[in-house]
Write a protein that binds this ligand. Structure first.
Ligand code: MV4
Length: 466
């Protein structure tokens, strides 16, 4: 077994040694993290809410404890309950998964203060990226290409705002510094609508994010959503692991993701990947992260950085062969990354379909008892799921029940493989979006590759109208 003792001379993170990890999440990602811990010989502590008590993945942990009632605020988002669980179980580290506390700077800090390890970046990096203006400032300073517009907050004076917008050129988009993921933004097509848009967005921002700060950018009308996975250790090791195309989304929820992002020249990808790595070095970034870009007319425009492991990370794992969760754990232990940039290549093509317990037409959640599960298999098929027959899908959490990921030598073969895997897969007892995915995989525009961020919603509207 590999030696997980602290590295001598590792002054960057003196407390890095831990032999048990508390997994502060649920569902498929809790299982994914648990698997990586096991392979490193780490003891696992799983926490759960009362709604998740009977989940199979809890039995596989070394320790499982219930930390509160079903509503996330009382369990998976309850910092003091999770910190207490860490004390009670002697967990030396906590993995937050995605969602919940994964991008919560105060939680990261509290974990630090109790002398344990938050498996993720330091609080200051989370805070910087959570403030979309600070993030843009840091990225522009590091030479990462950004959307045209100032890297500072909008002033109050309407005349000044008007000048800034005119300089950028319409259409523009007004965004809340505290927003992100599609929340707190407004497109403005002409100067007459600008000051009202600013006022309304400012009030929304004040209420929703606790800060009225706004910024303004050129609005890109038909971009693709391309993201770049990075991975950094505490010893100056930093790599970009590949690009993903996540343009197939509805209401800011990704539906299908794939990698690599097709139609992007290798030199362009390498250039922007290297800029991301350089930015990570400049801010002393640690762990996994994702740089989100809009891509239009051959140019990349940074929009946000996610400081967590993402739902779609398996796409990059399949094409790179890098186990991102394993690297996350090693970095948290104070180790160096097991790979350097020159070791990383993109092999073949990967596609992920998010399988949700929801109506495939209305998207209404479909909680309830799963009565039967038939999982696909065979070459190049991966299913990340925590569900099986007898599992009850709770109405308290998001409806993701499985991620179906395929890998094949070419995109065409990956599409054929995904169609085949979707045909094999069956879930009984609840409605799922499997029928939707089967239709999407027959969409000629998807098959052609490179649809923009509006394609899926337009396609859904046309499908509804037929
Ligand atoms: C934009 C944009 C166009 N121009 N920014 C939405 C989510 C948040 N991460 C940023 N978003 C956008 N920012 C500029 N300057 C269009 C979107 C956008 C979007 C981005 C990615 C994926 C899906 C999207 C759907 C609608 C709008």
């Amino acid at each position: 077994m590999m030696d997980l003792s602290p590295i001598k001379g590792d002054t960057a993170d003196q407390k890095a040694a831990f032999d048990s990890v508390l997994i502060a999440n649920r569902g498929e990602i809790a299982l994914r993290v648990q698997r990586a811990c096991r392979e490193l010989g780490l003891r696992t502590v799983m926490v759960c809410s009362e709604a998740d008590r009977d989940a199979d993945y809890l039995a596989a942990a070394d320790t499982a404890i219930c930390i509160g009632p079903a509503p996330p605020g009382q369990s998976y988002l309850n910092k003091s309950a999770i910190l207490l669980a860490m004390k009670l179980t002697g967990a030396g580290a906590v993995h937050p998964g995605y969602g919940f506390l994964s991008e919560n700077a105060a939680f990261s800090e509290a974990v630090d203060q109790m002398g344990a390890v938050f498996i993720g970046p330091r609080a200051d990096a989370i805070r910087t990226m959570g403030d979309k203006i600070a993030a843009k400032k840091a990225m522009m300073a590091a030479g990462v290409p950004c959307v045209p517009g100032p890297d500072s907050a909008l002033p109050d004076d309407p005349a000044e705002i008007g000048k800034i917008a005119a300089e950028i050129g319409y259409p523009v988009i007004v965004k809340a510094a505290g927003g992100g993921g599609g929340r707190g933004m407004r497109v403005v097509h002409d100067p007459d609508a600008l000051s009202d848009a600013v006022l309304v967005t400012r009030e929304e921002a004040r209420r929703a994010f606790g800060t009225p700060e706004l910024y303004i950018e050129k609005f890109l009308e038909h971009p693709r959503h391309i993201e770049i996975q990075v991975l950094c250790d505490n010893h100056g090791g930093a790599v970009w692991v590949g690009l993903r195309d996540c343009s197939m989304q509805r209401r800011h929820q990704k539906v299908v993701e794939e990698g690599p992002a097709i139609g992007i020249p290798a030199e362009a990808a390498t250039f922007v990947g290297n800029r991301c790595v350089e930015a990570c070095r400049q801010i002393g970034y640690r762990g996994v992260g994702t740089f989100e870009f809009l891509y239009e007319n051959g140019e990349f425009y940074f929009i946000e950085m996610n400081t967590r492991l993402q739902v779609e990370h398996p796409v990059t794992e399949m094409t790179s062969g890098v186990d991102l969760v394993r690297q996350q754990l090693l970095v948290a232990l104070g180790h160096r990354l097991e790979i350097e940039q020159d070791d990383i290549a993109c092999d073949g093509h990967s596609i992920e379909c998010r399988i949700n317990a929801e109506d495939p037409y209305t998207f209404a959640p479909s909680p309830g008892l799963i009565t039967g599960v038939r999982l696909p298999g065979g070459p190049g098929v991966r299913v990340d799921t925590h569900v099986a027959a007898g599992y009850r899908v709770s109405a308290h959490y998001d409806s993701l029940i499985a991620k179906l990921i395929v890998h094949a030598p070419t995109r065409e073969q990956a599409i054929m493989r995904m169609r085949r895997a979707l045909d094999e897969m069956q879930i009984g007892g609840v409605s799922t979006n499997l029928p939707l995915h089967r239709e999407i995989l027959q969409d000629p525009a998807f098959a052609a590759g490179g649809p923009d961020i509006h394609h899926l919603e337009k396609w859904l509207a046309a499908r509804g109208a037929q």
